[in-house]
Design a protein around this ligand. Structure first.
Ligand code: AMP
Ligand code: MG
Length: 394
C-alpha cells in the first residue's frame, strides 16, 4: 500500500469499471426511488381541458350583471349546453368550463338565488385554468437518469402512465468478515461484538437503489472466505467489510485474487478509509472495505454509492457544497480527511460543525444525524475555523 491514490482517482477507477445494467418496466406504486430509464413525454395536455380554478359561476366575461342560472358543471360531470350572454352555469373546482363561457366568478363574490345570480365585472380568463397550463401536449416531463420521488411519480400518473421503464436494481452481496461478529438479538460471548456493518452497509445499498441479495457473516478463515466470496461473485456488486488488511487473519484479498478478481486499486489517501480494495471480475465489481464501521460507511459513500448510481444510469456524484468550518480541525499530514458534520445555517452560508469531536473510525455514533462529509485537505497544523471546505452530502 505504498502508493495511496486520491479519492478522486479511486472514484475514477471505480466508475471506469461500471457497466450500465438493463431496464425493466416498473409499476408506479413500486417505482419510488428507482432510476428512470426513459424520457417521459406527455400524450395529452394537463389539465386536459379548460377547467375552473374556483367554486362559482361560469360566465361570458363582461360588466356586472344579473344572470339566469341555466345548469351545473361538476368535476367529472361537464355541462353539455352552451353559456350565452345573460346566463351562467354553477361550476365547481376542476369542472370543465362550458362552451361559450370564458370566466369564472367565485361564489363568494356573488349573490345567488336558485335561478338567478348577480355577478360583479369579470375579465376573460379569470379563474380559468387553461388546458396544458401545467404540461403542454408532447412535452417531455421527466428525463432519463433521474431518481423517482413522490412528485415525479405524481407527474407520471398525471400523464396517464401506469408503468415506467426503470434501470434494473444492482444485485449486491454484502459480506462481513470477523470471528468476533455476532448477530444483534443474541447474547455476546467473550471478545465478541455486534455486527453493525451488515446493517449499516445493507441500508446504504438500499438507499443507493441496490438490492441486497445476500447478507452473510464470514469467519476469519481462508477456506470459508473463499467459499463465501465465490458465491457472492455471482452478484453485480460484492461488498466485503473487514479482513482486507495485511494481518495473518485477513483473507479477503488473497481469496478475491484467487477467484480471478483483478485488482484496480489498494489503498486510498483517505482518513478514515485507507485500507480499501477494489477489483473487477467480468462485469462484477468487488469492494473490500475496511472493517471499522465509520471507515466502511465512508468508503461506501465515496466509492460504492457512485458505482451503484452509474450502474443505474444516474449521475454518480453525490451533491457537494462549500461550507465554512465551525471549529478548527487538525489536519492529517498525508491523507485527506472525511469529517462527519452537521450543516448549520450562518450569515456566511452553510457552516460545517463536526457531529462529535471524537472522529475515530470506530466512533459510529459520529455518523448519526450527519448531513455530510467535510473533506479536509492534508497538510500541517490545523484547518482554522472559518476555512471554506467542500462537503459531500450524505
Ligand atoms: P478488520 O478490518 O477486520 O481488521 O476490522 C477492523 C475493526 O472493525 C475491528 O475492530 C473489527 O472488530 C471491526 N469490525 C469489523 N467488521 C465489523 C462489523 N461487521 N461490525 C462492527 N465492527 C466490525
Ligand atoms: Mg477482522
Amino acid at each position: 500500500m505504498s502508493d495511496l491514490i486520491t479519492i478522486d482517482e479511486a472514484r475514477k477507477r471505480v466508475l471506469s469499471a461500471v457497466t450500465r445494467l438493463g431496464d425493466e418496466a416498473v409499476a408506479l406504486a413500486a417505482a419510488l426511488g428507482r432510476v428512470l430509464a426513459e424520457d417521459v413525454t406527455s400524450p395529452l395536455p394537463v389539465p386536459p381541458f379548460d377547467s375552473s380554478a374556483m367554486d362559482g359561476f361560469a360566465v361570458v366575461a363582461g360588466p356586472a350583471a344579473e344572470l339566469s342560472v341555466v345548469g351545473e358543471a361538476r368535476a367529472g360531470h361537464p355541462y353539455s349546453g352552451r353559456v350565452e350572454a345573460g346566463s351562467a352555469v354553477r361550476i365547481s373546482t376542476g369542472a370543465v368550463v362550458p362552451d361559450g363561457a370564458d370566466a369564472v366568478v367565485p361564489v363568494e363574490r356573488t349573490t345567488a338565488g336558485k335561478e338567478e345570480v348577480s355577478v360583479p365585472e369579470s375579465a376573460p380568463g379569470e379563474n380559468v385554468r387553461r388546458a396544458g397550463e401545467d404540461i403542454p401536449l408532447n412535452a417531455v416531463v421527466l428525463r432519463a437518469g433521474i431518481q423517482l420521488g413522490p412528485a415525479e411519480l405524481g407527474v407520471a400518473a398525471s400523464v396517464g402512465r401506469a408503468e415506467l421503464e426503470c434501470a434494473k436494481k444492482p444485485r449486491v452481496a454484502v459480506l462481513v468478515t470477523g470471528d468476533e461478529l455476532t448477530e444483534p438479538g443474541t447474547a455476546l460471548g467473550p471478545g465478541a461484538i455486534y455486527s453493525s456493518n451488515a446493517y449499516a452497509l445493507g441500508a446504504q445499498v438500499e438507499r443507493a437503489g441496490g438490492d441486497v441479495v445476500q447478507r452473510v457473516t464470514v469467519p476469519d478463515d481462508a477456506e470459508g472466505t473463499r467459499r463465501a466470496l465465490k458465491e457472492a461473485l455471482g452478484a453485480d456488486v460484492v461488498i466485503v467489510s473487514g479482513g482486507v488488511s495485511v494481518g495473518p487473519h485477513d483473507h479477503v484479498k488473497p481469496a478475491l485474487r484467487d477467484l480471478g478478481a483483478e485488482e484496480r486499486f489498494w489503498g486510498v489517501s483517505l482518513r478514515p478509509g485507507k485500507p480499501t480494495w477494489f477489483g473487477v471480475r467480468g462485469d462484477t465489481l468487488a469492494f473490500g472495505l475496511p472493517g471499522n464501521p465509520v471507515s466502511a460507511m465512508v468508503t461506501f459513500q465515496l466509492f460504492v454509492r457512485p458505482a451503484l448510481a452509474a450502474a443505474q444510469g444516474r449521475a454518480p456524484d453525490a451533491p457537494r457544497l462549500i461550507a465554512t468550518l465551525e471549529r478548527p480541525i487538525e489536519r492529517n499530514p498525508h491523507r485527506e480527511q472525511a469529517v462527519r458534520v452537521h450543516l448549520l445555517p450562518s450569515q456566511n452560508g452553510p457552516m460545517a460543525a463536526p457531529t462529535k469531536d471524537a472522529q475515530g473510525s470506530h466512533v459510529l455514533t459520529s455518523m448519526v444525524g450527519a448531513d455530510g462529509l467535510a473533506l479536509i485537505a492534508p497538510g500541517e497544523g490545523e484547518a482554522p475555523a472559518g476555512e471554506r471546505v467542500e462537503v459531500e452530502l450524505l
